[in-house]
Design a protein around this ligand. Structure first.
Ligand SMILES: [Zn+2]
Length: 496
């Protein structure tokens, strides 16, 4: 008898400081797929779901794939969205041999601070104690005891930018197959410290995160644990279980050894908690730097506004950086992007080849990086916003950012999009007719993921404090629900 395996992708990174509710429409704007449409979207692609379909073919599984739901980070997931998505999954949670689930691990719903913990609790209840549940996670997961208790294995990605979902999906499938065959009985333990953030925000180019990932892989290779997962956590979440974690998955009976590994890893995370590789510029300094280098540039300067990063749940419509770029009259420049459905509609009404004024951006909160600005320029391109992403993070999947426009103001090509989303793939601009290789300057809204696609083509990368929602949270975000004491809110020398 072939094994019957349940899989789904249910992802949200919830910024509890964003007032924008994450309802089913927000999921539908990014990914909300079921049944055959889901299979068609992921078969043959790189990523956690693509790897799952490939594994099902390799191992001869009967695969149930009721739902893939992923929304751009934003405010709390509505109860209606959570219950609808959970019901789709749980309706198939019977008569199974195993589960391979792909989650983010930082979902907060209107009713549950720990969305994934609640989902896994219900799933465990439905399938019983003996069916293995293997879960892949984003390394920005705020991992909880409930997640570790109700899943047999937690496998976080090991790269930031996250380019190893395919490998982690394959690893999860192998582990699940061994568990279903009865070769192993995986159990997962977790360690945390009294810290809200650390591990350099999860950056894996160097620093403490990289060191722990490499140590974890050595432990796996030596057979001392089945999986070692290091998560940096997600900081824009006012929840009890915020912060970095290490989970170790071992065969049943080895939990104490696994816990010792997890504790030693978290000791290192604690000791290095203040380490940061960030070196952000002001808008004025960044724009001056761009202006000084644009003449004769044969490769672009890429500058990222880390404070209006929709990938962290920011609004994606801050205008201060763009306004400064326009004022400086930058040339051969691409700006990605202003999330503003109304501005796109104005561009459509104006029409391709026409010139006119368009009011854009700043719709959510003018104190978060600038209010609406009116610019006069030419509508160069209009598209339906669909493109195939072949970059390191895209894996060949189709993206849909909704109706989009390329609006040329002086020497700046401004991308206007209907659905919010950070810069992760060159096709986000090439699909509108821009050639990023020919630009002198490219501005994006992203913290770090943009590097996967944009760093290889850049002559230099800088990061900018644009005054967006990220700045507001960093300077004035008040946390009511986090466990106390906790660093850096409390001046701790040792983790209690
Ligand atoms: Zn992440």
């Amino acid at each position: 008898m072939p094994f019957t395996v349940l899989t789904s992708k249910i992802e949200h990174e919830t910024n509890t400081f964003s007032p924008v509710p994450t309802d089913l429409d927000r999921f539908a704007q990014r990914i909300l797929l079921r049944g055959n449409a889901l299979a068609t979207s992921y078969q043959g692609t790189r990523g956690s779901m693509g790897a799952t379909f490939a594994a099902a073919e390799r191992y001869g599984w009967v695969l149930r794939h009721p739902i893939a739901a992923s929304a751009t980070p934003s405010g709390k997931v509505t109860d209606e969205a959570f219950e609808t998505i959970a019901a789709s999954l749980l309706a198939e949670a019977h008569g199974l041999d195993g589960v391979l689930l792909h989650l983010h691990g930082a979902m907060v719903t209107e009713s549950f601070e720990d969305g994934e913990g609640e989902l896994l609790r219900r799933l465990r209840l439905a399938v019983g104690p003996d069916i293995p549940i293997v879960v892949t996670l984003d390394l920005h997961a705020n991992v909880t005891q409930a997640m570790a208790d109700n899943a047999n294995a937690l496998i976080a990605v090991r790269t930031y930018p996250h380019v190893d979902y395919d490998e982690r999906g394959t690893q999860g499938a192998e582990l699940l197959q061994r568990a279903m065959l009865g070769e192993i009985r995986p159990r997962t333990v977790i360690a945390k410290r009294a810290m809200m953030r650390g591990l350099d925000g999860g950056k894996t180019q160097g620093g403490p995160m990289r060191e722990l990932v490499e140590r974890g892989e050595a432990i796996e290779a030596a057979g001392k644990a089945l999986v070692v997962s290091v998560c940096a956590g997600f900081t824009a979440a006012d929840i009890h279980d915020i912060g970095p974690s290490v989970t170790v998955t071992v065969d049943a009976g080895q939990e104490a050894a696994g816990q010792a590994i997890a504790e030693a890893f978290m000791d290192h995370a604690w000791e290095t908690r203040a380490y940061t590789s960030a070196n952000h510029l002001s808008i004025a300094d960044a724009v001056a730097h761009a202006k000084a280098g644009e003449q004769g540039a044969i490769k672009p300067l890429v500058m990222a506004d880390v404070t209006d990063n929709s990938g962290s749940g920011h609004y994606g419509d801050a205008t201060n950086l763009l306004a400064a770029m326009v004022a400086a009259d930058l040339q051969r420049c691409i700006f990605h992007a202003i999330y503003d459905p109304a501005a796109v509609q104005a561009a459509i009404a104006l029409g391709v080849g026409r010139t006119g004024p368009i009011e854009l951006g700043g719709r959510h909160d003018s104190s978060a990086g600038g209010g609406p600005i009116t610019l006069t320029g030419e509508i160069v391109t209009l598209t339906n916003g669909r493109f195939q992403a072949f970059g390191p993070m895209g894996g060949g999947t189709w993206k849909d950012v909704g109706p989009s426009a390329l609006f040329r103001v002086g020497g700046i090509d401004i991308v206007l999009v209907t659905n919010n989303g950070q810069a992760t793939d060159l096709a986000q601009v090439t699909s509108l007719g821009c050639d990023p290789l020919r630009a002198a300057t490219i501005a994006v809204k992203s913290n770090h993921h943009f590097r996967a696609a944009y760093e290889p083509i850049a002559r230099e990368v800088i990061t900018v404090l644009g005054g967006g929602l990220g700045s507001k949270i960093a300077s004035g975000g008040t946390f009511h629900n986090v466990r106390r004491p906790i660093w850096p809110l409390d001046p701790l020398e040792v983790s209690p």
